[in-house]
Ligand binder design. Structure first.
Ligand code: ADP
Length: 404
């Protein structure tokens, strides 16, 4: 019998190790690029635009939503169910490789349970829970030294309110698109205070409302998008325009960079986050709130940047290298919302005029019914200067109407 000599055995050993390393590499590579079952809680426009983009890759997209006619219903593997219901979320997550959200008001207990079962939940249940409740969210900023307007907690029965007038009351849960937020100007207004659990916070003398979107993958790589200015429609209390990049000084940009860095470190979770900010009239930046998901303030990245927020979100779900976010120039977005006094089957007036314009991109959300203030779509615009961008956005605003 041939006896293996010691130098032969060491070559054999090295060969074996080499094979094992190769197998490990192939396994890791396959695992990363393998087709995944991606489950999203919520089937609205954010999910729709995510899937639209992610169809560039070979995955399966599953959506849970109560509405069988939602924006994602016909472009995904659709499950009808309530993302606020423990059993529905738990059942939905069972056969998915990764579970994520396109709305933060979901059943977080089910997400904790899925994590316990070893499922991948991005962003993690803990940060979703923190953000869901305004009180926890404000305490999170305070704990991590992230500047956010001073506040006190109101349980609806507090005899004594210490915060000075004017202040802002924000409901602990259930607020969205400006609902659940009110300004209390003076003692007279105290009779209007809601009696639910809420946060009372200092009113900021706002110069600009801004947003920064930051993403982190499981490897710990992070990347931001350029800061965006958000201009609200005063009547609707809804985002009206985005302007990117924001017109801010390098000093303000540095404050925002520090905030984004602190946030992503403290959140301790992969995912994509939109941090909404106030720039006050003294040049100080404050965090208003954070969305642990895709955000309206990032829609213009679809054509305005080397890669969109939707692409970046996909990469966080698959732990892929994060995408280049460079802006091509000036970009903006105009929300298409249902006009006042119109409800029913939607008609887009003036859209053909808009389609004739250069560097203008229409995105509709597949919603058949309009109602006042409902977000039905948006229009992205590219320009060579801020002035040109504003001119284009204002012009388009006069052309198009969402009616029934
Ligand atoms: P939502 O999440 O429902 O959109 P926000 O917390 O963003 O609610 O508040 C809606 C709007 O109210 C903000 O965009 C801002 O214009 C105003 N607002 C909220 N908090 C403050 C504050 N502390 N000071 C001044 N304005 C505020």
């Amino acid at each position: 019998m041939h006896k293996i000599k010691s130098d032969e055995s060491s070559i054999f050993f090295i060969f074996k190790i080499n094979c094992q390393l190769q197998n490990l590499f192939i396994f890791l590579h396959r695992n990363k690029s393998k087709k995944m079952k991606i489950g999203i809680l919520g089937g609205g426009q954010l999910g729709r635009m995510f899937i639209q983009n992610a169809l560039n890759y070979d995955d399966e997209f599953h959506v849970l939503d109560p509405n069988s006619d939602c924006s994602c219903a016909y472009i995904s593997h659709f499950s009808q169910g309530n993302f606020n219901n423990y059993e529905d979320v738990l059942a939905f997550g069972q056969d998915k490789d990764v579970i994520s959200i396109e709305i933060e008001h979901v059943n977080v207990d089910a997400l904790f349970e899925l994590e316990k079962q070893g499922k991948k939940v991005i962003p993690n249940a803990e940060i979703i829970k923190t953000i869901q409740q305004k009180i926890l969210q404000k305490e999170f900023y305070k704990k991590h030294n992230i500047p956010s307007p001073d506040f006190e907690i109101f349980d609806g029965t507090s005899e004594e309110i210490k915060i000075k007038f004017p202040f802002v009351q924000k409901l602990n849960t259930g607020g969205y698109d400006g609902k659940g937020v009110q300004i209390i100007k003076n003692a007279d207004d105290l009779k209007n205070l809601w009696t639910e659990d809420s946060v009372l916070e200092n009113l900021v003398d706002i110069d600009k409302e801004l947003s920064i979107i930051i993403a982190k993958n499981e490897n710990g790589e992070t990347k931001t998008f350029p800061v965006t200015e958000m201009v609200a429609d005063e009547k609707l209390n809804l985002l009206d325009f985005n302007i990117c990049p924001a017109d801010i000084s390098s000093e303000v940009q540095s404050q925002i960079d520090v905030i984004a860095e602190k946030f992503i470190k403290s959140a301790n979770s992969p995912g994509l986050f939109a941090i909404e900010l106030f720039l006050d009239k003294n040049g100080k930046v404050w965090v208003n709130e954070t969305a642990p998901r895709l955000h309206n303030s990032g829609h213009q990245t679809q054509e305005g940047n080397a890669n969109s927020q939707f692409e970046q979100f996909y990469r966080t779900l698959k732990n892929l290298p994060l995408a280049d976010t460079d802006a091509f120039g000036f970009s903006g977005m105009l929300n298409l919302v249902g006009e006042q006094n119109y409800s029913g089957k939607v008609k887009y007036e003036g859209l053909e005029e808009v389609l004739k314009l250069p560097k203008t991109y229409v995105h509709l959300y597949g919603k058949t019914e309009t109602k006042p203030g409902r977000k039905m779509g948006h229009i992205n615009v590219l320009a060579n200067s801020r002035e040109e961008l504003l001119e284009k956005l204002n012009h388009i605003k006069t052309l198009v109407r969402v009616i029934a």
